[in-house]
Structures are given as structure tokens and as C-alpha cells.
Design a protein around this ligand. Structure first.
Ligand SMILES: [Zn+2]
Ligand SMILES: [Zn+2]
Length: 361
């Protein structure tokens, strides 16, 4: 079933849509329908299936959860329960045998081939998702997701097409083509985001940060950060990082439909970044024997020590803020930021010194 579905949808979606449109004519509503449905379904996968149901990175109100359940089912990526349970296994065993989309088995395995095989390690008891088993919306969707897919994923665009006078064009653009696009953009997170880019936050696993992949996946391309801090509601942490799912979640909070957005303390993010970088430059420091190496190491240690202080101050700032300790939390935050800046200065100096060392001994 999976092989047939995943082979036929792109053939009908690409070739079928192209041929039919050549034959029956093109209208602007067709790509608009496709993009509109792509956004509604795509955001339900990224901000819903992934960041809310799998990682609990924020609290979502019941109407939002129903939206995710309904439009998420239209992505033809199974139920929330199945998707999130597999995804939690991916995070726990990333790059190891039990990772369902283990990139070590090759690009195409991680992209799509894994879906073609029955996984003997998945008993279907969903024991890693007790929270989801207790969620009535999740359980309702688990029972009905195939019906929603047919009625909503194919029926709805056909109806919209009929309203414009061409139900088949609606089915092709909003149904088949849209599903093929959503499939492969989601699959890119498991294949491309574990292949292309830099391991900025954790050099020990295959996850990578890449803005191009973020563009293709509604913001899921900052994958090194995501694997290091999966409970963070953001994937792209800078304001200019392309992360529509993050902006969507912030908008929901503004509308009071979401709350408790979890995010990592900035000095902690900095610490992860420096540690990952340290692993990359370690061979060069090892080569640079003598007084230079000692100096570089001393500066790196100072930099990391300042970060440790910054993290403790940040923790204190959060406590003060929660307790409503007048203005003192602002001062504590400023002090934390000061230590981050000092850490950065030591780090930059260390890297500058390291540049004087020849690449190979
Ligand atoms: Zn991953
Ligand atoms: Zn994840």
C-alpha cells in the first residue's frame, strides 16, 4: 500500500496535473488552492505533529489541536500517534539501528525507503507516548485519519475545484500535487537535514543546520539545533532565520490560543555552539604543541567558565522573574549577557591565535 501510494501520488501529481492542465486549461485559482492547502497542512505537520504533539514545546488550545488533527491527517503521513511515536524513537536513537529513518543506512533510506519496510521493532503499543494515548483528540484522529485523508485531503479540493467549474483540476492541484510536495518536503527533514549543512550545536550526531533546507520545509532545516534542544518551540533561533512554524506559534500565543512556549536559555545555546566548534578545532589544537597551544587552551577554558557563570545568572534571572522580584531580574539578565560577551571575546582571541598554527604538523 505504501509503495503504491508513494509512487502513484507524485506521478499523478506531477505528470497528471501537467497533462490535464495543458489539455483543459490553466487558471490562477489552481496554484492558489495548492499553496493554500500546502500551508494549512504543512503547518499542521511542523507546528502540530512535530513541535506540539511530538515534543510538547508549547501548550495549544483545543481548537488549535483540532485544526492540526484535521489538516495533519490530510498530509497522508499516518496519524499523530504513529508519527509522534516514531519521531520520538528517531530522537532517542538518532543514527543508530533503532532510528526508523537512520541516515547511516543511506540518503534514500532516510528519505523514503524506510516507509516501504515493515519495522519489526515497532510493536504499535506506543509506550513512548503515554501523554498522547490520554489525549482524546489524538485518539479520535488515530481512528479516523484515513477517512479524513480521503474526505478532506481529496474531497475538499475536489469540491473547491467544482465551485470554480473544474473538480478534476481541484483534485489534481489541491489533492495529488499538494500531497506529493508535502511528502517530499517533510522527507527532506529526515534526509537533507541529516546530510547538508553544519553540525553547529552537536558535532556528535548527523543533524545539520541549513537555511536552504529551512526554506523547503517551513523552518525545519535548523536541525542541528533541533536535535540538541528538541523541546524548544523554535528551530531557527535568530529573528532572520526562516522559520514560519515559529512565527505561527508566536501568532497563536498573541491570539491567546497557545501558551508556555518553551525556549532554551541563550547562554546555554552559546555553550552548545562552542562545544560543537571545539570538537571541530580540537585536532588543530592537538597539532599546535607548545606555548601557543597552552595559551589557546587557557583562553578556551576562560571562555567556557564565563559561560557557566552566565548560565547560572540566567537561571537566577528566570527564578527572580517568576517570583516577581521587582527590577532585580533585569539586572541579573544584564549581568548574564555581559558574561556571554566576555566569553565570546576570549573565544575569538583563542581562534585568532589558532589561525597562526599551520594546518598540518
Ligand atoms: Zn532528525
Ligand atoms: Zn523532532
Amino acid at each position: 500500500m505504501n509503495i503504491a501510494f508513494l509512487t502513484l501520488t507524485p506521478v499523478i501529481g506531477l505528470a497528471g496535473t501537467a497533462l490535464y492542465t495543458l489539455y483543459a486549461g490553466f487558471a490562477l485559482w489552481m496554484p492558489l488552492l495548492m499553496v493554500g492547502m500546502y500551508l494549512a497542512v504543512g503547518i499542521s505537520i511542523c507546528a502540530g505533529y512535530h513541535r506540539f504533539f511530538s515534543h510538547k514545546s508549547y501548550e495549544a488550545s483545543a481548537p488549535v489541536q483540532l485544526f492540526y488533527a484535521f489538516f495533519g491527517a490530510m498530509a497522508a503521513q499516518n496519524s499523530i500517534l504513529w508519527w509522534s511515536s516514531s519521531h520520538r524513537v528517531h530522537h532517542k536513537y538518532v543514527d543508530k539501528d533503532w532510528d526508523p529513518y537512520n541516515i547511516q543506512r543511506g540518503f534514500w533510506w532516510a528519505h523514503i525507503l524506510w516507509i516501504f519496510y515493515r519495522n519489526p521493532d515497532t510493536p504499535g503499543s506506543f509506550e513512548n507516548a503515554p501523554d498522547l494515548l490520554k489525549n482524546p483528540i489524538v485518539m479520535w484522529q488515530h481512528k479516523w485519519h484515513k477517512v479524513i485523508l480521503i474526505v478532506g485531503g481529496f474531497g475538499l479540493p475536489t469540491l473547491i475545484g467544482a465551485a470554480f467549474g473544474d473538480p478534476i483540476a481541484g483534485l489534481l492541484w489541491g489533492g495529488f500535487l499538494r500531497i506529493a510536495v508535502i511528502h517530499h518536503t517533510t522527507f527532506f527533514v529526515n534526509s537533507l537535514a541529516h546530510t547538508l549543512g553544519k553540525p553547529l550545536y552537536n558535532a556528535e550526531v548527523s543533524a545539520r543546520d541549513n537555511w536552504l533546507v529551512a526554506l523547503l520545509t517551513l523552518g525545519e532545516g535548523y536541525h542541528s539545533f533541533h536535535h540538541r534542544f528538541p523541546a524548544d518551540y523554535r528551530n531557527g533561533i535568530r529573528w532572520y532565520h526562516w522559520d514560519p512554524a515559529k512565527w505561527w506559534i508566536k501568532t497563536l500565543r498573541f491570539l491567546r490560543l497557545a501558551a508556555d512556549l518553551r525556549f532554551t536559555a541563550p547562554p546555554q545555546v552559546e555553550q552548545a555552539r562552542l562545544r560543537a566548534e571545539l570538537r571541530l578545532v580540537e585536532p588543530r589544537i592537538a597539532v599546535a604543541d607548545g606555548p601557543i597551544a597552552d595559551d589557546v587552551r587557557a583562553r578556551i577554558n576562560k571562555s567556557l567558565a564565563h559561560l557557566e557563570t552566565a548560565i547560572n545568572l540566567w537561571r537566577q534571572h528566570m527564578e527572580e522573574r517568576a517570583a516577581g522580584v521587582s527590577d532585580s531580574w533585569r539586572k541579573t539578565r544584564k549581568r548574564s549577557q555581559l558574561y556571554v560577551r566576555q566569553s565570546r571575546r576570549h573565544w575569538k582571541n583563542a581562534m585568532r591565535m589558532l589561525e597562526q598554527v599551520p594546518e598540518t604538523a
